[in-house]
Design a protein around this ligand. Structure first.
Ligand code: ZN
Length: 114
């Protein structure tokens, strides 16, 4: 179903019945125009820092599109290999997530209470 814009007010009417839309555009070409549907928002995976109950840091990557969850808890030198194995929506690890991960491993005692 097309969307129709009233040119004088810029108001957009969504999902207008196609025949009505065609009639209005034909009869009042200055008053109405069809508007293209907006491009779907790009899907982005979510990167998050987390810690296991025993205190080991890990990075969690969740992709809502692929319904996929991946976990990185290795040394930083393996991050590129990990990233290469993720879905197309994941991209690279955000710098703030990587900074919080540090060298990974166990969280120093008491650090979680800061
Ligand atoms: Zn994905």
């Amino acid at each position: 179903m097309p969307d129709l814009q009233v040119t004088s007010t810029s108001r957009i009417f969504y999902q207008v019945e196609p025949t009505i839309c065609a009639i209005l555009c034909e009869a009042f070409p200055e008053a109405f125009k069809r508007v293209a549907a907006p491009a779907p928002a790009p899907v982005a995976a979510r990167w998050a820092n987390s810690t296991t109950t025993s205190g080991f840091k890990f990075i969690n990557v969740t992709c809502p599109k692929c319904r996929r969850e991946d976990r990185f808890d290795a040394a930083r030198e393996y991050l590129a290999t990990f990233e290469a194995g993720l879905c197309v929506h994941a991209g690279k690890c955000p710098t703030e997530v990587l900074a919080a991960y540090g060298e990974g491993g166990i969280v120093p005692l008491g650090a979680q209470f800061k």
